[in-house]
Ligand binder design. Structure first.
Ligand SMILES: [Zn+2]
Length: 82
């Protein structure tokens, strides 16, 4: 989850990023750069029971590892997907 502040009318700056799973703040490397994190956006469509819902979330690296650790098929197995 990103917290923004308006810099100009058409520009927003990310103030903080929080991991949706554990709630911790994603640490900064410097003023404009954060440690790497996982970001996902999904807009569900007609053939789902969440039609028209838009979900987005951010995960810190530790929570991402926990998340993909639950997969039956490894996330690193089929790396040629686009
Ligand atoms: Zn986390």
């Amino acid at each position: 989850m990103k917290i923004y502040k308006d810099v100009f009318v058409s520009e927003k700056k990310i103030v903080d990023i929080y991991c949706n799973m554990c709630g911790k703040k994603i640490e900064r490397v410097n003023e404009d750069t954060f440690h790497d994190y996982f970001h996902a956006i999904k807009e569900w469509g007609y053939f789902s029971d969440m039609d028209n819902e838009k979900h987005s979330f951010d995960l810190c690296q530790d929570c991402y590892k926990k998340f993909i650790g639950q997969f039956e098929i490894s996330a690193t197995e089929n790396n040629n997907e686009k």
